[in-house]
Design a protein around this ligand. Structure first.
Ligand code: C2O
Length: 507
C-alpha cells in the first residue's frame, strides 16, 4: 500500500466548456476541469486543501467512501466539520479499503455545480472482472449552468419562486466538454467508469450499436448484466464493459440525454443531449446520433452483487421519512422530511456528539432542524421513504451502501408492507437510489460504522431547500473512537470566522 498525496489549491478560474459562456468556475491549482483522484485499494489518501477562493468557504466530500473510523474526514460541512474559510487550509487523511468508481465534490451548500467536482477512482488488484477488459476509461456526465450558483440560489429560494421551480441547466457535458472522441481499437473490450457529477439532471446514457454490460454500481461489483440504456441520476455511478467491433468501417455516437421530466419548464432551444464518439477510424465521419423513440432504461433493482450478501430480514430500527415540498412563512418553497426542513447547525453535529458525553444518545441535543436519528451499534436500520411529491429524487446515504429492498412504481403512494412485492433474497446495494414520483423506497443497512452520516436528495437544489436527515450512528462508540483524534487544523477552521455560505435561511 502506498500513500497518495494531492495538494489542492482551490480558486476561481474561467471556463467555457460548451462554447456558449465564459464564466468563473471553481478550479484546482489554476485548472478546470479539475484532476481525477486515483488510488489503489489499501492506500492512504491525503488531500491537502488550501482555500484560495477569496469570497467563499469550501469543503471536499469523497462521495461513496465509507470513512470507517474517519467520519471527521467525510467533508460534510456542518455535519462533520466546519466550512474551510477563505485563506485557510485543511487536510483530509483517509485509508481507502474499498475499490470502485466514486467522485469528490464540495459539500458546502450549493457550491459543486460551480465546478468543484471530479472523479475518484479506487483501483483493485483483485477486481473479479479484470480478465474481462483490456482498458479502462472514465466518463463523467454532468449538467452545466452558464450562471454562477450565487445568483441562481438567490432567485431559487425566493418569494418570487413560490413553486420551487429549479433552475434548468443550459447544457449537458461529458468529460467536461461537448466534443469528446475516444479512439477505439477494434476487438478490444473497454471498461467505462461512468459518473453523473451533475447538480440536477439525471441522464439517459447509451452507445449506438454497442451493448453495455454492467459490472459495478456505486462501488459494488455486480454479476454482469446486459443493458442497452442506463438511467444515471445525479451522483450515481455505473461501470460497464463494452466490446469494440472487429472492423473500422464506421464510427459510433454515444449519448447522454438529460431527463427533461425533471424540469418544470423546458426552455426553448435547450439541447438536452451531449454526444461523444467511439472513433474506430479518424478519417471517417462522426455520425450524428439517431433519434430514440422511447427511453427504456435498464432497471437497477435487478442487479445482483457478486458477494451475494443476503437480505437483512430482521429490522431493529425503522425510520420513516415522509417527503414533501411546501412553502414557509417567508413565501419561498422548501423541502421537508416529516414536516422539518433541514437547517445546518452552527456547531457541526459531530462536534456536538464529541462534547456531550452520555447525552449524545438523545436526538434532541442535535437541534430540532437537523432531522437527527440516533442509531445503536450494529442494529439493522430500515429507512422507509415515502415521496409525497410529484418529482423524482435521487437519495444518497453517507458512510454506507444500503440494500434496496423495495422500490415502488410512480404514484404507488406510501409504502405498505402488506401489499408490497416480496423482498429480493439478494438485494442490490448502492449508495444513491432514485425514488419515483409519489412512490416509495425501502432501504436497509447495518449500523456498523460509527459516525455522523447525512442522508439527502442529491439534487443540489433540494439540498439547498432542506431535504436532508442526519444519522448519528453509535455516538458513544464514536466518542471512544475519536477521543483526542480531531486534528488541530480541523478545529482551527471553526475559529477562523467563517464566511456564511449560501443556503437555507428557514427556521
Ligand atoms: Cu455526493 Cu452528501 O454527497
Amino acid at each position: 500500500a502506498a500513500t497518495v498525496t494531492y495538494d489542492f489549491d482551490i480558486g476561481w478560474v474561467y471556463s467555457n466548456p460548451d462554447g456558449q459562456a465564459n464564466r468563473p468556475t471553481i478550479g484546482i491549482n489554476g485548472q478546470w476541469p479539475i484532476p481525477p483522484i486515483t488510488a489503489t485499494k489499501g492506500d492512504r489518501l491525503i488531500v491537502n486543501v488550501k482555500n484560495s477562493l477569496g469570497n467563499e468557504s469550501t469543503s471536499l466530500h469523497f462521495h461513496g467512501l465509507y470513512q470507517n473510523g474517519t467520519t471527521h474526514m467525510d467533508g460534510s460541512a456542518s455535519a462533520t466539520q466546519c466550512d474551510i474559510p477563505p485563506g485557510s487550509s485543511f487536510t483530509y487523511n483517509i485509508s481507502v479499503d474499498q475499490p470502485g468508481t466514486y467522485w469528490y465534490h464540495s459539500h458546502t451548500r450549493g457550491q459543486y455545480p460551480d465546478g468543484l467536482r471530479g472523479p475518484l477512482i479506487i483501483h483493485d488488484p483483485d477486481d473479479p472482472h479484470k480478465d474481462l477488459y483490456d482498458e479502462e476509461i472514465v466518463l463523467t456526465f454532468s449538467d452545466w449552468y452558464h450562471d454562477l450558483m450565487h445568483g441562481l440560489i438567490a432567485s431559487f429560494i425566493s418569494i418570487s419562486n413560490p413553486s420551487g421551480a429549479e433552475p434548468v441547466p443550459n447544457a449537458a457535458l461529458v468529460n467536461d466538454t461537448q466534443n469528446l472522441t475516444i479512439s477505439i481499437t477494434p476487438g478490444k473490450t473497454y471498461l467505462f467508469r461512468m459518473v453523473n457529477m451533475g447538480a440536477f439532471a439525471a441522464q439517459y446514457v447509451w452507445f449506438e450499436d454497442h451493448t453495455m454490460q454492467v459490472v459495478e454500481v456505486d462501488g459494488i461489483y455486480t454479476e454482469p448484466a446486459d443493458a442497452e440504456m442506463l438511467y444515471i441520476t445525479a451522483a450515481q455511478r455505473y461501470s460497464v464493459l463494452v466490446t469494440a467491433k472487429n472492423s473500422t468501417d464506421a464510427n459510433f455516437a454515444f449519448v447522454g440525454s438529460m431527463d427533461q421530466d425533471l424540469f418544470d419548464v423546458v426552455p426553448e432551444g435547450l439541447n438536452p443531449n451531449v454526444t461523444g464518439w467511439l472513433v474506430y477510424d479518424d478519417k471517417k465521419e462522426n455520425p450524428a446520433p439517431k433519434d430514440v423513440d422511447a427511453f427504456e432504461p435498464f432497471d437497477d433493482f435487478a442487479l445482483v452483487p457478486t458477494d451475494k450478501e443476503g437480505l437483512y430480514d430482521h429490522v431493529d430500527h425503522s425510520v420513516q421519512l415522509d417527503l414533501k415540498m411546501d412553502n414557509l412563512n417567508d413565501g419561498a418553497n422548501y423541502a421537508f422530511f416529516n414536516d422539518i426542513t433541514y437547517v445546518p447547525p452552527k456547531v457541526p453535529t459531530l462536534y456536538s456528539v464529541l462534547s456531550t458525553g452520555s447525552n449524545a444518545t438523545d436526538p434532541l441535543i442535535y437541534g430540532s432542524n437537523t432531522n437527527a436519528f440516533v442509531l445503536k451499534e450494529n442494529e439493522v436500520v430500515e429507512i422507509v421513504l415515502n415521496n409525497n411529491d410529484p418529482g423524482k429524487h435521487p437519495f444518497h446515504l453517507h458512510g454506507h451502501a444500503f440494500q434496496v429492498v423495495s422500490r415502488s412504481d410512480e404514484e404507488a403512494g406510501n409504502y405498505d408492507a402488506s401489499t408490497a412485492p416480496a423482498m429480493p433474497s439478494i438485494p442490490m446495494r448502492r449508495d444513491t437510489i432514485l425514488v419515483r414520483p409519489d412512490g416509495n423506497i425501502v432501504l436497509r443497512f447495518k449500523a456498523d460504522n460509527p459516525g455522523v452520516w447525512l442522508f439527502h436528495c442529491h439534487i443540489e437544489w433540494h439540498v439547498l431547500s432542506g431535504l436532508i436527515a442526519t444519522f448519528v450512528e453509535d455516538p458513544l462508540g464514536l466518542q471512544t473512537q475519536l477521543s483526542g483524534k480531531i486534528p488541530t487544523d480541523h478545529l482551527d477552521v471553526c475559529k477562523a470566522g467563517n464566511v456564511p455560505t449560501a443556503g437555507n435561511a428557514a427556521g
